[in-house]
Each structure stands twice: as structure tokens, then as C-alpha cells.
Design a protein around this ligand. Structure first.
Ligand SMILES: [Zn+2]
Ligand SMILES: [Zn+2]
Ligand SMILES: [Zn+2]
Length: 390
């Protein structure tokens, strides 16, 4: 009985290359649940470690930030201890272990290194390109949109505010475990409930759905990260072949998804926007934002759907749709083109027309208004950004 419970047929599936990371993690979590509080049978565990790359996948799991966010902290610490035990058992094997993967030398990882993997902190790299910037300080919240049918604007209050009040009241006055939200803020015709993690969001979402079936409650769609390849040779007739070559050239894993979202002709070359697997986005970052395309190394940047108007400098639309008077990005003035702005070359006199900060112009990444937009975009991505490749 005892040995049968240790025999994990599911572990075999870890070797299946078609299996998504998410499913691998499920298998690992099952393994963890069934084993962690047991006095593990050393021989059996050794056999399992030899046959299946369990430790390797646990380590990969610890690097997968999207997944980690969903696991409570106490559990992470337990998993950490559990990996320790596995490694300890693994080290007892004196004979040559069959190496599943040469890339990860489990034996060389110290306790602390594994703890570091757990700590969800960025390993600040020294050599990152100068234009990249760190976004680890940005607190990302996970939104639920609440709309209440039939509400009308009142004299004192708008629909968004009324919805916010009713939602707050509902969340506050329940005695159930309804999950916790960080804040409820009014939208135009809705309330936005913002939670600190995806798991809290699911709880709150289910609670709201159950309590108010007549309300419209939605989780905004989440999409994979997007990147832009600039100035590449591209054949509009054969876009799939082009993508195929990119995979081959860079030896990307077949299980990584990538699809071409847009392409724009710039002179003879093209800018191409790809939506990519989170793991592929990570791969690009690890290589300092370069991929091989054709015979060249091409620089890649993160792409977000932030529209900023070249004419009026405002966000949310492009110049071809602009109906505003043009604003100077350096001084906010209305009576001159930016090329002829008197303070164009005097940065200390600039004043951003959007956030009104002195010493900045409207195109700065640091701009508070831009950061607001960026945050909104980050919350829609199935990826935990630490650095933005810009
Ligand atoms: Zn405009
Ligand atoms: Zn000006
Ligand atoms: Zn600004």
C-alpha cells in the first residue's frame, strides 16, 4: 500500500513535450500535496527523481511568476522546504545520475539560490540596455468590472459612483469568505474592484456573481505579451514562412506560441508586432532584447497598446483621429509648432502638458500620465513584467 501510494503514474506525464507548463505545474502540485508531509521513502523518491525531472520542473515553476502569484506565501515556503528535501535525497545518490537536462545542475544550486528563486525579486542584471526600465515598483492589481443594469445618473452622483457604493456595501457587509479587494473605484458606467492577486480576484468574482446574478460582472480579458521587431525583411505574401524561419533561426521551442498581430511597412523594411508566449518573452529578455531574423540580429522592444496623439499629445487616440487643437509637447502652448518652440532646447524650462511636471516633455516615459496607461496595459497581460524593453 505504502509503495503504491508513492508510485506516481502522473509523474510520467512530465516528460510529455506537448504538455503545457500549467499542466506540468498541476502534476507537481499534486505530487507536493501527496508527499510533502510524509516521511518520504528515500529509495522510492530517488527512483522518481532519476526517472522524472521533478526538481527541474519545480525550479522552473519557481521562476514562473505568473503562476507563483496564485500560490499563498505559506505554501511557497513549504514548497521550498520540500524541494530542499528532494535535493537532499538526490544528493544521497552516489552513482552517476542520468541527466535529463544538462542546463540545470541541481547539485550546484545552494539552499539560498533556491530561496532566491522563490523571492519573486528581480535579479538586477548589470548589462541591460540603457533604454530599458524597471517596473518592479509598480503595484499591479487585478480588476473586476461591475455594471448594474438600469441605473441612471442622479443629480449628485454618476452611475460609476453609485455602482461603486453598492459594490463596496455588498463586499463590506457579507459574513462569507468573499475574498478581499484592495479598492473599489468608479469607472464611467461601472465600478472596478481591484484585487492584489488573481486568486483573490476569483474569490471576489465568484462571490459577486453568486450574490448578484442580475449584475453584469466581468473579468477583463488577459492577453499574452506583445513585442515589436523593428526594421526586418518581411514578405507579406508568406508571413507564416517568415515566422517559421524565426523559430528555426532562434531555436525557439515548438510549444511556444507566437503569432503575428500587425505589420507596418517602414521604407523597404517592416515593423512586426508579435504576440508571444510568456516564456518566449522571457527568452527575449534574457538575450538582452535581440533575436535573429534573416542574417541579422534584430532589436526587440515590448509593445503596448498605448495611443498617444502626435498632434495634441493626449492619450487614447492618434493624430489621424484628432479633433483637438495642437499642443506643443515642450511648453503646452497652442500657437506654435513644436519645431519652433522657443524652449525646445532648454529642458529645464519644459512643462509636460499632460502631467504638468516641469522639466519634462509630453513624450517622456517617466510621465505620470504615461505610467498610468502603462499600468493599465500591464494589468491586462498574462506576464509579470520586471523590465520593460524600450
Ligand atoms: Zn489628439
Ligand atoms: Zn512650445
Ligand atoms: Zn508628463
Amino acid at each position: 500500500m505504502n509503495s503504491a501510494s508513492g508510485n506516481q503514474p502522473e509523474l510520467k506525464r512530465l516528460k510529455d513535450l506537448r504538455l503545457s507548463n500549467k499542466n506540468k505545474f498541476k502534476i507537481l502540485m499534486n505530487y507536493f500535496e501527496s508527499q510533502h508531509d510524509k516521511n518520504m521513502n528515500t529509495e522510492l523518491v530517488q527512483a522518481e527523481l532519476t526517472a522524472y525531472p521533478i526538481i527541474k520542473f519545480f525550479q522552473l515553476m519557481m521562476k514562473d511568476h505568473t503562476w507563483l502569484k496564485e500560490i499563498p506565501k505559506e505554501k511557497l515556503l513549504e514548497i521550498n522546504k520540500f524541494i530542499d528535501r528532494l535535493i537532499h535525497i538526490n544528493n544521497q545518490v552516489t552513482n552517476e545520475m542520468e541527466k535529463e537536462d544538462n542546463q540545470i545542475e541541481i547539485q550546484n544550486l545552494s539552499n539560498n539560490q533556491i530561496k532566491n528563486l522563490l523571492s519573486i525579486q528581480v535579479n538586477k542584471r548589470q548589462d541591460i540596455p540603457k533604454t530599458w526600465y524597471d517596473v518592479t515598483h509598480i503595484k499591479i492589481l487585478y480588476t473586476i468590472i461591475v455594471k448594474i443594469p438600469g441605473l441612471k445618473n442622479e443629480r449628485e452622483k454618476k452611475i460609476g459612483e453609485i455602482t461603486t457604493e453598492l459594490t463596496e456595501k455588498l463586499l463590506e457587509e457579507t459574513s462569507e469568505d468573499s475574498g478581499s479587494a484592495e479598492e473599489v473605484i468608479p469607472g464611467f458606467d461601472s465600478a472596478k474592484v481591484r484585487c492584489s492577486s488573481t486568486s483573490e480576484r476569483i474569490k471576489v468574482f465568484n462571490f459577486l456573481k453568486k450574490s448578484k446574478p442580475q449584475w453584469l460582472i466581468q473579468i477583463p480579458p488577459i492577453q499574452d505579451p506583445q513585442v515589436k521587431l523593428s526594421a526586418v525583411r518581411f514578405d507579406e505574401e508568406n508571413i507564416n514562412l517568415w515566422l517559421e524561419r524565426l523559430f528555426i533561426k532562434n531555436r525557439w521551442k515548438r510549444c511556444w506560441k507566437a503569432c503575428i498581430k500587425h505589420f507596418y511597412k517602414v521604407g523597404k523594411l517592416y515593423d512586426v508586432i508579435l504576440e508571444v508566449d510568456p516564456a518566449l518573452r522571457e527568452w527575449i529578455e534574457q538575450r538582452n532584447g535581440f533575436v535573429s531574423a534573416g542574417y541579422k540580429r534584430i532589436s526587440v522592444v515590448d509593445h503596448f497598446d498605448i495611443k498617444q496623439c502626435r498632434n495634441c499629445t493626449r492619450f487614447g487616440h492618434l493624430a489621424n483621429r484628432c479633433s483637438q487643437i495642437s499642443l506643443c509637447p515642450y511648453c503646452g502652448g497652442v500657437n506654435h509648432f513644436h519645431e519652433s518652440c522657443e524652449i525646445k532646447d532648454l529642458p529645464h524650462k519644459w512643462k509636460c502638458p499632460n502631467c504638468l511636471k516641469n522639466g519634462e516633455n509630453a513624450w517622456e516615459i517617466k510621465c505620470a500620465k504615461f505610467q498610468e496607461r502603462l499600468l493599465h496595459e500591464l494589468e491586462k497581460k498574462n506576464y509579470q513584467y520586471k523590465l520593460i524593453m524600450a
